[in-house]
Design a protein around this ligand. Structure first.
Ligand code: 5AD
Ligand code: SF4
Length: 465
């Protein structure tokens, strides 16, 4: 499980409204899987249903409506969701009141009517661009009709819907700046489940960030499948991602700004320059490489070469020597040879990533790779290669964290350390986790911490004034 999936585990079933004692109010249980974009979408869904008078519950067995926001990126993500849906079907059959089950998000989009017909697991199926239709679909399902809307849109950005923040930490907010993806990486199902790329207008983004700050949030993460292709045309004015970052950082100087995901083929020096100019834009870039082999990259349709990627890393280090870089890597993509794999290991050594999310290739229906190439690397070899890159990355992450020893880091406090209520957990600009003893600070404060020790995953130290 990667850390984004871990985040989804931690947030599952979080209540988003005050539980009400009024038994006539309908109760919603909402669970999210997958990427941060899905969490951001769940906050839109929560907002739409709040307006319909729903209150939430953290107990699926108390709910009138159970919604699961799903991920289709790998087969194992889908299998987990199916298992959960079986559990909810059981709860529904044992409940004394009528219960509706709905599936949202990427699996809904991928499997469409199958959920209602062949599998009969759920009552409502709603794709990522159809959440405004939820109230009407729920009414339809209540009256016993099949309720499905999986229409994708070229325009929908939910720009006017103020999300109900579900993340209980109250310090970091995720804000979608665009939806969909036009890249068609050959392994990826996202262009099929989330549709065409579209950018949200900058004013609504800036307003949402401002409102988050006014409500106590101290950090935002701007979300998009490929933030570097953000583009909003406003009359004669074209605003690209570097312009958006510049405006945000200037207008909200006290807010820390992060973003994800950057695409190596589109990441410009203009973005790096703006990052370097603003202290409040965090010095951390998630730049998925996927493979270190040019022939694999070409089959993946990634639109860049190993050399291009290394040049982008060079540029990052030139503009911001202290910038952390993380990546995504897939092992065992179609026809990947030992030598291709070796090139991935070599690239990892050359770059020295601070962190990596690593996956075995999972063939997805309808993708270019499924249609064109053979999924011919055995599961055993995929896994061996995965273990090798995990072990290399573990050592690299450890070395990267050691660099912070004896330095003073500015840390945004996110909350209690998981292991000790007498310690804080926060992150520095480079996104490294920092643990230190509590004194008089509060959650959401930014403090200076002298780092004394590090492990594979965290830094430890003490506050300095
Ligand atoms: N199999 C394995 N990993 C995948 N990813 C996307 N599609 C697949 C797939 N079919 C990974 C990529 C991407 C991350 C979000 O998930 O590394 O960057
Ligand atoms: Fe998928 Fe590629 Fe788009 Fe990322 S950029 S969502 S990997 S198609």
């Amino acid at each position: 499980m990667n850390s984004r999936e871990l985040l989804s585990e931690q947030l599952q079933g979080q209540p988003f409204l005050k539980n009400t004692t009024n038994p006539s109010v309908k109760k919603l249980f909402l669970e999210s899987y997958g990427c941060q974009m899905n969490f951001s979408d769940s906050e839109i869904v929560a907002s739409i249903l709040q307006n319909e008078g729903y209150s939430t519950t953290a107990e699926a067995s108390h709910a009138d409506l159970i919604l699961v926001n799903t991920c289709a990126i790998r087969d194992n993500a889908e299998q987990r969701v199916r298992q959960r849906l079986q559990d909810y079907k059981k709860i529904k059959s044992q409940s004394s009141k009528p219960v509706l089950i709905g599936v949202l998000g990427c699996m809904a989009e991928r499997l469409k009517k199958k959920f209602l017909e062949e599998e009969q697991l759920v009552d409502v199926v709603v794709g990522p661009d159809a959440y405004r239709d939820l109230p009407q679909l729920l009414q339809q399902a209540e009256s016993g009709q099949q309720a499905i809307n999986v229409m994708l849109s070229r325009e929908e950005t939910y720009a006017d819907i103020a999300p109900v923040r579900l993340d209980p930490n109250g310090v970091s907010a995720f804000i979608s700046i665009m939806r969909g993806c036009d890249n068609m990486c050959s392994f990826c199902v996202v262009p099929f489940t989330r549709g065409r790329e579209r950018s949200r207008d900058p004013e609504s983004i800036i307003n949402e960030c401002r409102s988050a700050y006014e409500n106590g949030y101290r950090e935002v993460t701007l979300l998009g499948q490929n933030v570097d292709s953000y583009k909003c045309i406003n009359g004669a004015d074209t605003i690209n991602f570097s312009d958006l970052l510049d405006r945000l950082a200037t207008q909200l100087p006290q807010l820390w700004i992060r973003f994800s995901t950057s695409h190596p083929k589109d990441m410009t020096d203009a973005v790096l320059k703006v990052m370097a100019q603003h202290h409040n834009i965090c010095k951390y870039i998630h730049l998925p490489v996927q493979s270190g082999s040019n022939s694999v990259l070409q089959k993946m349709n990634r639109g860049y070469t190993r050399e291009w990627y290394l040049n982008r890393i060079q540029s990052i280090k030139t503009w911001m020597p202290d910038c952390a870089v993380s990546t995504d890597i897939i092992t065992g993509f179609c026809e990947e040879s030992d030598s291709d794999h070796q090139q991935t290991l070599d690239l990892m050594k050359e770059v020295g990533f601070d962190y990596a999310y690593m996956f075995m290739y999972s063939e997805r229906p309808k993708t270019l790779a499924e249609r064109k190439f053979k999924d011919d690397v055995s599961p055993l070899v995929k896994n061996q290669r995965l273990q090798e890159i995990i072990s290399l990355q573990r050592n690299t992450s450890k070395l990267q964290l050691e660099k912070y020893r004896n330095t003073v880091q500015e840390v945004l406090i996110e909350g209690d350390s998981k292991k000790s209520a007498s310690h804080w957990m926060g992150r520095n600009s480079q996104n490294a986790v920092v643990i230190f003893p509590k004194h008089s600070e509060s959650k959401g404060d930014r403090v200076r911490v002298k780092i004394d020790a590090s492990t594979f995953t965290s830094l430890f130290g003490n506050r300095v004034l």
